[in-house]
Design a binder for this molecule. Structure first.
Ligand SMILES: Nc1ncnc2c1ncn2[C@@H]1O[C@H](COP(=O)(O)OP(=O)(O)OP(=O)(O)O)[C@@H](O)[C@H]1O
Length: 622
């Protein structure tokens, strides 16, 4: 951590004072018993319960012992106990918080549930509960307080670990066969150490106070040993006669407790500044010249048996399965209403009530999207997933400048300052080749053309480091030349940054040019999955009919345009068997009774790979 962060944090008067007090307390803990034990233990029966004087600054106790020196000497036991309890709490918390990685998902879930229940109890109640179990005395109270602070620490650890455990390098280490303990100790904990250290420092402050409480209640340190809590308890017995006896240990507890907590805050400030700087460094502008991101072993997106249902019930998406690798571009084509957009929205977790999404697997970058808690999901989708919507007019907030809207993403997800985030927004607008990016970033969306807005939307997706861009009809609202520019930009981004692209379009020609693979959807199902280069050899009559409807250089312009006869299936009234059967010129008996599964890339009882394209030209527009 750079020295400047520490000096900046310690330049704040409160942090500097806290640091001075913490160092003093630690020095007293080491040296006070060596220097003043005798004076603290010396009995003077002539000086019993005397008030403050030049000889005894805080007066004397019931045996004539000097209270000031007793408070100084008690520093060691008080700090020792607090540190021991904090250590127990931290180690137990770390073990419980990493249980999901160490013990596997099921046992981890049980541990998490137990931790959540424990967190629901107030810490003081837990400490008293454990103190009764472990018995009166210093050892019992160390265990009691240590175990009482463990659940909160475990929950913090669990949250931090879950974030790091989903990262690519942890997946790579898993696949490389790294053991669980090494994975946690080597790859995960060092990356979450900073906030945990900060929290442990702050916890030490509260632990000091908790010990004083237990000793005060008679459950902590027992005579003849004494810590600040014990002195406080003795002082309270003579409070009206001799208030300084209670005041001195009280001041010691409060000042030391506050100092540790404020010192923890100072550490947090120093580390926070450093982490933010790191994050900015870790997220360099993805330029075409950048080295490609390391290849993960897992696909970017895995969808298995996806269903989207609305009340009725209607199921416009029924059992869709596909996967996307890094840098792969997959097109989804089909007529209006075939379920393309709902599939994309389900992947983006944007289907709203009363819509229901069910899937055997819906994983993005190895993380189950329906399983992730909302915050983790937001973070994951916010940093690694970008969506370009059909209507560029509604994708931006009309009341905010475009640059600010892009910058917001980096400020929220990457903790950048306003100025740094805005500079990155301008850089991203430049990366999507928006002319005059600096000036444009200060304009409002209505001052942009449709094509510019789509490019800015892609730029917004590039504010973090997306692994997947879902583009739902991104060029439908644009004229042909602008369309081509936007599509080329998407393709460049894919090539430069190894971003996977899911392109939804009803234009099979666009998909053929842009994509590696094509998924053809009909009535909520994938009916064909084939390489874009092999479209000409499509086997499903529906794919062939879609292709036949696209005019090419060989199309006879004197003949009317080819169309697919009939109407797309209504999701609320779907025919039995293959949904395309009523419109299919090759339908056989079985097609009307039994729905064909997707086998070898085609869902058809009568695949027609070898039937000439002209035979599938099933209808013509009048
Ligand atoms: N909120 C909803 N409630 C009920 N049905 C819906 C809802 N949203 C969409 N649908 C239905 O789901 C079906 C698929 O819709 P979807 O928007 O995915 O089609 P699409 O293939 O993307 O079509 P387009 O190309 O016209 O956008 C349609 O029949 C639509 O009417």
């Amino acid at each position: 951590m750079p020295k400047s962060n520490w000096s900046a944090a310690l330049r704040r008067p409160l942090s500097a004072s806290a640091a001075v007090v913490v160092v003093t307390v630690l020095a007293l803990a080491v040296f006070a018993p060596l220097l003043w034990s005798d004076r603290a233990a010396a009995l003077d029966t002539n000086q019993i319960l005397r008030g403050p004087s030049a000889e005894h600054w805080m007066g004397t106790d019931g045996l004539g012992r000097d209270i000031f020196f007793r408070v100084l000497v008690a520093t060691r036991l008080s700090v020792e106990l607090a540190l021991a309890a904090t250590a127990i709490g931290v180690v137990t918390g770390l073990l419980l918080g990493t249980a999901a990685v160490l013990l596997g998902r099921r046992a981890g879930r049980l541990v998490s549930a137990a931790v959540d229940i424990a967190v629901a109890f107030p810490g003081v109640l837990l400490a008293l509960f454990f103190a009764v179990i472990f018995g009166v005395g210093a050892r019992g109270s160390v265990l009691a307080i240590g175990l009482a602070i463990a659940p909160a620490f475990a929950r913090l650890t669990r949250t931090m670990v879950a974030r790091v455990a989903a990262l690519d390098y942890v997946s790579a280490a898993r696949i490389a066969g790294v053991g669980r303990f090494r994975l946690v100790g080597w790859h995960i904990l060092p990356n979450v150490a900073e906030p945990l250290v900060v929290n442990a420092t702050i916890t030490t402050g509260s632990t000091l106070l908790a010990f004083a409480g237990l000793s005060f209640l008679g459950l902590g340190v027992q005579s003849p040993d004494y810590d600040w809590g014990r002195l406080l308890r003795d002082g309270l017995d003579v409070l009206y006669l001799h208030p300084a006896a209670a005041l001195a240990p009280t001041v010691a507890v409060v000042v030391a407790g506050l100092a540790f907590s404020l010192f923890g805050e100072a550490v947090a400030t120093a580390i926070g500044a450093d982490t933010a700087r790191h994050r900015q460094r870790e997220a360099p502008a993805p330029r075409p010249t950048d080295a490609p991101a390391p290849q993960p072993a897992e696909p970017v997106l895995v969808v298995e048996n996806l269903h989207v249902t609305f009340p009725g019930p209607v199921t416009p998406v029924r059992g869709v399965s596909f996967a996307l690798a890094r840098g792969e571009s997959v097109g989804v084509v089909g007529e209006s209403g075939s379920g393309k957009s709902l599939t994309a929205l389900a992947v983006a977790q944007l289907i709203e009530e009363p819509g229901q999404v069910h899937a055997d697997r819906l994983e993005f970058l190895g993380q189950s999207l329906p399983g992730a808690d909302t915050r983790a999901r937001r973070q994951l989708l916010g940093t690694s997933f970008a969506m370009v919507f059909q209507d560029p007019m509604t994708s931006f907030n009309p009341t905010q400048r475009v640059g600010n809207q892009l910058a917001e993403v980096a400020r929220y997800h990457q903790g950048m300052t306003r100025r740094v985030a805005f500079a990155r927004a301008v850089d991203r607008l430049r990366a999507v080749r928006l002319p005059g990016a600096g000036r444009r970033s200060r304009q409002y969306p209505h001052e942009f053309s449709g094509g510019m807005r789509q490019r800015a939307m892609i730029g917004m997706g590039l504010m973090c480091s997306p692994a997947l861009i879902v583009a739902d009809e991104p060029t439908t609202a644009l004229d042909v030349t602008v369309q081509r520019r936007v599509l080329r930009l998407l393709d460049d981004v894919r090539a430069a940054d190894d971003v996977a692209i899911l392109l939804i379009s009803h234009d099979i020609g666009v998909v053929r040019r842009m994509c590696d693979r094509v998924l053809v959807m009909y009535a909520g199902r994938i009916v064909e999955d084939l390489p874009a280069a092999d479209l000409a050899s499509a086997a499903h009559p529906y794919t062939r009919a879609l292709l036949a409807a696209v005019p090419d250089m060989t199309t006879d312009r004197d003949r009317p345009m080819a169309v697919i006869p009939g109407r797309p299936a209504d999701p609320a009234d779907r025919p039995p068997g293959c949904a395309f059967a009523p419109r299919c010129p090759l339908a056989i008996e079985r097609c009307t009774t039994e729905e064909p599964p997707l086998v070898h890339g085609v869902a058809c009882w009568h695949p027609v790979a070898d039937v000439p394209r002209e035979q599938i030209r099933v209808g013509e527009a009048r």
